[in-house]
Design a protein around this ligand. Structure first.
Ligand code: SAH
Ligand code: SF4
Ligand code: F3S
Length: 431
């Protein structure tokens, strides 16, 4: 029996896909890259922007054309949570729809499924935690995700996550440590701690994320720790100083600002100002001057003037980003921003995004060029694009490739960086 998984959306979805994969392996399924030969097709969905949701329907259309007639089509993830009933109405081929807090039930839903009796929708916020029911998390690569916190209570006025992922929940430290150990025992060298507001983690057994990181760093065999995504006003000194004190914690911080205009930040219901954001960046740089800084941006939020947008451009110049993600505002059903006055025309959004991305890309290229000539540790993860190449990531999360033997995959090697583009580095292994 073969399983094909397609994942849209953020790293949390990639984590969920990994856990669903493991639980279907227990049922006897093995992986395939080909939807044509799959007996179960699982699509893990994202609802964050309109484009992300629309992709789902074209993907379902494509899969229905090529899948085996009897193959089960399962849709999981945030679209199901947001509007599972509408999804089943619109996409008749879907057999089972399961929300992000219910996927521990998937093996049972599959075993019991009977097409004649009707399709299944399970998308509630159960009292039990899915984590108590999933099989041990196995590493399938040298770098693995580990969800430590889920959900969000911030309610930014544009965002669907509080509705698709529910309220904030932090897993206890003991559970996280056990999962981290299981990952390391099965081959993980790097763990990326995940949460919608990961720095707001407040589970039992540790004071905050800073202490949790220090505890995880004690695991033998684990070589790198990362965490994402952080919310600016929840950043603590204990997390910042971990970047000075914990060698395994990588010099990289993803800290979304969204906008450089205080007026727009307020309308977005983001609980910080540009000045406070800059102060946090300075505190990171004081303890770790080389830290790579990354962010998310939204352009064309309702009411955003040219002057507001220029404040975003200005803060980008002040910070100097190593990497970034930037988006046009997308009006999402049910969010306050979707019905605000002064929606920005698509053409203006496009212009602003182009201008912002040109600056961000130039900064990213400069950041990469600045590492040419240095020798960096690279965790090799996968085959490179060209024959004979293998590639992985530097401490600053730059993609880097070398010519080398596949046997090096999963190892950290010293690499002298010899070339850089905006998106990747090339180098030679230093013995
Ligand atoms: N919790 C994280 C972000 C999660 S969503 C944080 O607060 O920073 C990932 C990114 O998608 C956001 O940072 C934001 O830049 C973008 N995003 C979310 N909703 C959006 C919308 N309605 N339109 C455009 N971009 C959006
Ligand atoms: Fe969405 Fe804001 Fe929560 Fe991030 S902090 S997930 S943008 S509501
Ligand atoms: Fe998308 Fe859900 Fe992640 S909406 S961005 S998959 S939390």
């Amino acid at each position: 029996m073969k399983l094909y998984i397609k994942t849209f959306g953020c790293q949390m979805n990639m984590y969920d896909s990994a856990r669903m994969r493991d639980s279907l392996h227990v049922l006897g399924y093995t992986d395939t890259d080909s939807p044509r030969e799959a007996d179960v097709i699982l699509i893990n969905t994202c609802h964050i922007r309109e484009k992300a949701s629309e992709k789902l329907f074209s993907e379902i259309g494509r899969l229905v054309q090529i899948k085996k007639k009897e193959a089960l089509l399962i849709v999981a993830g945030c679209v199901v949570q947001a509007d599972g009933e509408e999804l089943l109405k619109r996409a008749h081929a879907v057999d089972i729809a399961v929300g992000p807090q219910n996927y521990h039930c998937l093996p049972e839903l599959i075993t019991r499924y009977n097409r004649k009796k009707g399709r299944t929708l399970l998308a509630d916020f159960p009292a039990e935690s899915k984590f108590d029911f999933l099989p041990p998390h196995q590493a399938h690569a040298a770098s693995c995700f580990l969800a430590i916190q889920e959900g969000c209570d911030h309610f930014c006025s544009y965002c669907v996550v509080p509705y698709t992922r529910g309220c904030e929940y932090s897993r206890p430290a003991s559970e996280i440590l056990a999962e981290a150990k299981s990952l390391v025992q099965t081959g993980a060298k790097e763990i990326m701690l995940l949460g919608q507001n990961v720095n707001g983690w407040h589970g039992d057994g540790a004071k905050d994320l800073g202490d949790l990181i220090r505890m995880i760093a004690d695991i033998d065999g684990l070589q790198r720790i990362r965490y994402t995504t952080s919310y600016p006003s929840e950043m603590t000194d204990n997390i910042i100083t971990a970047h000075r004190d914990v060698p395994k914690l990588m010099p990289y911080i993803h800290l979304p600002i969204q906008s450089g205009s205080n007026r727009i930040l307020k309308a977005m219901n983001r609980q910080y100002t540009r000045e406070e954001y800059l102060d946090i960046i300075n505190r990171f740089r004081a303890v770790r001057p080389d830290i790579a800084i990354s962010s998310d941006f939204i352009v064309g939020f309702p009411g955003e003037t040219d002057a507001d947008f220029q404040e975003t451009m200005d803060i980008v110049r002040q910070v100097g980003y190593a990497s970034s993600f930037s988006f046009k505002f997308s009006a999402r059903p049910g969010t306050p921003a979707s019905i605000m006055k002064n929606q920005i025309p698509e053409s203006v959004k496009t212009e602003r995004l182009t201008e912002l991305q040109a600056l961000l890309l130039a900064q990213q290229k400069q950041f990469n060029l600045d590492t040419v000539g240095k020798t960096l540790d690279v965790l090799l993860i996968e085959k490179g694009k060209e024959k004979g190449q293998i590639s992985g990531y530097t401490p600053y999360l730059q993609n880097a490739h070398i010519v080398g033997d596949l046997s090096l995959l999963g190892q950290i090697v010293r690499v002298k960086i010899t070339g850089a583009t905006a998106t990747s580095l090339s180098g030679e292994q230093v013995k």
